[in-house]
Design a protein around this ligand. Structure first.
Ligand code: M6R
Length: 594
């Protein structure tokens, strides 16, 4: 969940290059940050590494006081072991201050390793599991070369980890991965390592995504790859990134979330054309499978639920769905004829990776709809499909959700043998989306924000495909505005939640013009009768709505404009409350721990 960025080359402003890289990665973790460099000038000849660490977001931080250097790395932290303090921030140093280390993951056996190291007089500064790694390398270095020391230390760790180590006397960065993502960027006379390829875009598009058990030794002119377990050298197969630098920059927008919401209409129309061939392929795979399971986490899980309605309605095809963290508890019946379709923006969500591992052990085949090329899910899938949303940096997932839905709609139509109809529907949906990102619509939303900003709870209801829309709308509202929001199947209201509706409680009602219209309105009436303030999202106004947010009727794709309205509402609520929508508290973009 942490951001990692390393540089080695000829430029003497390594600290600045690293800080810029970290700023691009801050969405991965943002409770504290740090940079370590090996000074070019070392007047005292003491070979000490210089470190700057701070708690809080990087924001406008600088590294002006750090010395000139051509090698170093930095880290943005999302705390696991040890509170958010400067001491717990990475990089960590060994006792001699000549080895530095940054780490992502959890060293599960850190406690016993620490006890041994303390008994051999290593002094620990932090409460982290990560610091164990740097002292263990220091210990091995008494007898071994640097590479061997890193390798031996890494092999002692239990759990899923990625780290980079550097030594003040060695002109190299050594990185190892088992679980958490790392990617090497190849420059000219300089090289990079990052936890996310998007951070490399300003420097290079030539990359190598580390696989599990890969260890790389990176100098300014060379990158050597080894298997960390066997020590055997491996061949590097480079990949080319297709994303533009501008796609990962804010441009004129104040926040990535707003930028990403605005990109959606264009994205839908792109997918209506570029997605056809993959939709046909995926439909063919689903057709052949004996039972298909869709799995995802958070927003991606809601796309899986939406898939179950879309496939049923459009293609008359049954699929199952599960949230990633629960999947392992009900996959016992999977066989070698089963298909698991994993949905993930990052392709690094640990609950998904564990799910597909368990499914593979039962012989199931794995397809994926994933946004990040070279991610673990992409590589581990038998049939990987890129959703092509471009870098998504807002922690609240928006365009990746809409991209997944667009691919799912096309795939459902392809399964029905009517992919062109799906493509036309998406073009219409793109136009419907454009009407929501207009100034006029935003004014309407801002007016509503004034009415509901002090609410302590918001309920969102819908039936059919509006049920996952309700879940997603509530998730967007709660995760960034911190207002408690609950998405409900409208029919469940009277089985309990209605007890919570009081005078003035904001209740959002999805009412698309499908077979659920009347029943959704009935739910609205029930809430209104208890004093609820009814906000209707529908192609058709109705007297039960206290506040009406119009969307165009785009048939089975109406979930797309419906959710876009909720994304923007969540965004403006958050702005009004003075919070940062891109970096909500306690969360990180890529959830690489269980
Ligand atoms: O990268 P993934 O799509 O696998 O991420 C899954 C969830 O962690 C993610 O959707 C999360 O729920 C977002 N914060 C929702 O906005």
């Amino acid at each position: 969940m942490c951001g990692i960025f390393g540089y080695i080359g000829k430029k003497e402003n390594a600290a600045e290059i690293i800080l810029e890289g970290l700023k691009r990665l801050e969405y991965r973790g943002y409770d504290s940050w740090g940079v370590a460099v090996v000074p070019t000038e070392d007047p005292n000849k003491n070979n000490k590494i210089v470190v700057k660490k701070r708690i809080g977001k990087i924001g406008d931080a600088n590294v002006d006081e750090l010395p000139t250097a051509t090698i170093g790395f930095g880290h943005t932290r999302w705390a696991t072991h040890g509170g958010v303090t400067q001491k717990n921030a990475h990089p960590h140093l060994d006792c001699t201050k000549t080895i530095a280390l940054i780490h992502n993951g959890i060293i599960e056996n850190y406690d016993s390793l620490k006890k041994d190291l303390v008994s051999t007089s290593h002094r620990f500064i932090s409460e982290t599991d990560s610091e164990v790694a740097v002292h263990l390398i220091e210990e091995y270095l008494k007898k071994e070369a640097f590479e061997k020391s890193v390798q031996k230390a890494f092999l002692e760790f239990h759990g899923l980890n990625a780290l980079i180590a550097l030594h003040a006397r060695e002109k190299k960065l050594i990185a190892v991965r088992n679980g958490s993502p790392l990617v090497v960027g190849f420059g000219n006379g300089e090289n990079y390592i990052a936890s996310d390829a998007a951070a490399l875009l300003p420097h290079t598009k030539d990359v190598y995504f580390l696989e599990d058990n890969d260890m790389v030794v990176v100098s300014d002119t060379d990158v050597e790859l080894y298997n960390v377990v066997t020590g055997k050298k491996k061949r590097i197969t480079k990949q080319k990134l297709a994303w533009d630098v501008s796609s990962s920059e804010l441009g004129a927008y104040p926040h990535f979330m707003l930028k990403e919401i605005h990109e959606q209409p264009g994205l839908i129309v792109d997918i209506s054309i570029s997605g056809i061939s993959s939709a046909k392929k995926l439909a063919g795979i689903i057709k052949k499978a004996y039972g298909t399971y869709f799995v995802g986490c958070g927003t991606a899980a809601y796309a899986c639920i939406a898939a179950s309605y879309l496939f049923s309605k459009i293609a008359k095809h049954h699929i199952n769905w599960a949230v990633g963290s629960e999947f392992s508890y009900h996959l016992d019946f999977l066989t070698n004829k089963s298909l698991v379709v994993a949905l993930s923006q990052s392709g690094e969500t640990m609950d998904i990776l564990e799910s597909i591992k368990a499914a593979k052990q039962r012989g199931a085949r794995i397809a994926s709809l994933v946004n990040v090329l070279g991610s673990t899910l992409y590589r581990e899938s038998d049939y990987p499909f890129l959703i092509g949303a471009g870098p998504e940096k807002g922690v609240a997932s928006t365009k990746a959700f809409i991209a997944k839905l667009s691919h799912l709609i096309l795939t459902a139509y392809a399964l029905k043998g009517a992919v062109s109809k799906g493509s036309l529907l998406l073009k219409k949906t793109s136009k419907a989306g454009k009407q929501i990102v207009t100034n006029e619509y935003v004014l309407k939303l801002k007016k509503l924000v004034q009415r509901i900003k002090n609410a302590s709870d918001i309920y969102v209801i819908g039936r059919g495909i509006s049920y996952p829309a309700s879940l997603e709308a509530a998730l967007k509202i709660k995760e960034i505005s911190y207002i408690h929001a609950e998405g409900l199947a409208a029919g469940e209201l009277k089985h309990g939640p209605l007890a919570l509706v009081e005078k003035g409680t904001p209740c959002i009602v999805y009412a698309p013009l499908d077979e659920t219209f009347g029943a959704n309105l009935a739910g609205a009436m029930e809430m209104r009768a208890r004093g609820g303030y009814i906000i209707g999202i529908s192609p058709k106004p109705h007297e039960v709505f206290d506040y009406y947010l119009p969307i165009e009727d785009v048939g089975e794709a109406s979930i797309i404009p419906g959710v876009m309205v909720a994304q923007l509402l969540a965004y403006y609520l958050t702005i009004e409350k003075g919070y940062d929508p891109d970096k909500p508290r306690n969360l990180a973009k890529s959830v690489t721990v269980k």
